[in-house]
Design a protein around this ligand. Sequence first.
Ligand code: NDP
Length: 327
Amino acid sequence: MFKALLVEKDDEGKTSASVTEISEDQLPEGDVTVAVEYSTVNYKDGLCIGPGGGLVRNYPHVPGIDFAGTVESSSDDRYKPGDKVVLTGWRVGENRWGGYAQKARVKADMLVPLPEGLTTRQAMAVGTAGFTAMLAVMALEDHGIKEGPVLVTGAAGGVGSVATAILANLGHQVAGVTGRPETADYLRELGATQIVAREEINETTKRPLETETWGGCVDAVGGAMLARVLGQLQYGASVAAVGLAGGANLPATVVPFLLRGVNLLGIDSVMQPYDNRLRAWQRIAKDLPMDKLEAMVRPATLADLPQLGADILNGQVQGRVVVDVNA
Ligand code: NDP
C-alpha cells in the first residue's frame, strides 16, 4: 500500500480530495511503474483537485499532471529499474491517474529520461509550467526575438516566473507584468528589468496599434491583455501564447498581423513529440539558473494539496510549488 491524494465523487456529484492509502493493483495499465519522488501544482491540477473542470473522466481520481522519480519496474527496453525519469503532458493527472501518489504507472512513451545535471526535485521545481515556459522561449527564438524588452505576462505565476528567469539568463531585457505589486522584488531577483502593472496592459484601447515596444512576449494570461500586447509588439515580433488565466476571449483586431507582421504562436505542452520534449528538458538543464529556480520554490506535501489547488485557481500562488509525495 502507498499514499495518494484521491479525489472522490459522491452520489450528488460533489467531489472531495483526501490523502488515502491505495494499492498497486489499483494503478492504471502501463509498461513502466515509477516510484514518484516529486510532483507540482499547476493550474490544471487546481481544476482536477476540485470538480475537475471537464478534465477528469472517471472517479476516484489521482491528480498530478507531472512527476519525477525512479523507475521501479519496466517491461519496455528503454527503461530499467533505477533510471531517473520525468513526465509532463499526455493528460496524465487528467484522464489518467497522475503524480499525486507515491507510485505511478504510465506508458514508456510518456516518459523522458531525467537530463544530466538535474535532480528529480529540480525537474519538478521546473515542472509543466517551466517546461512550457521553455517551449515558449524556444518558439520565440525560432521566429526571432526583436529589439526591445521581452514582455512576460502573469510574471509571478509558475510559467511567468520560469520564463522570466530563462529569458534574463539568455541576456534579454525582461518586462514582467503582474497584478501583485508586492512581487516586484521577487521578479527583479529572477532577472526582470522592468515591472509593468497589470492594469496598464489590461486597460482597453480603441487603437489597434500603439508604440512598437516589445521584442517578443510569453503570455500566460490571454484575453484582453493578449489583445493589447499584439498592438504593442515590434514589427515582426511574436507572442508565444501559453495560457488563459485572464480569460479565453480574444478581443483583438487583425491589424497588428497585417500592418506589423506580428506572429501569434500557440504553445501546447501536452502533445509534444519525444524529440522536442528531450530538447526542451536539455535546454532547461543548460539555460535555467538553478539558484534562481530555488528562489521560486515553495515546498508542499500531499496533505497541502486541497488548499493549494484552490489557491492556484484564485491566482494566489507565487512561483512553483514542489510536492514531496514521501514527506
Ligand atoms: P499560475 O496561476 O501560477 O500563474 C498565472 C498568473 O497569471 C498569476 O500568477 C497572475 O500573475 C496572472 N493572472 C491570474 N489571473 C489573472 C487575471 N484575471 N488577469 C490577469 N492576470 C492574471 O498558473 P501557471 O503559470 O501554472 O499557468 C498559467 C496559464 O498557462 C494557465 O492558464 C495554465 O492553464 C496555462 N498553461 C498552459 C500550458 C500549455 O501547455 N499551453 C502548460 C501550463 C500552463 P500575477 O500575479 O503576476 O499578475
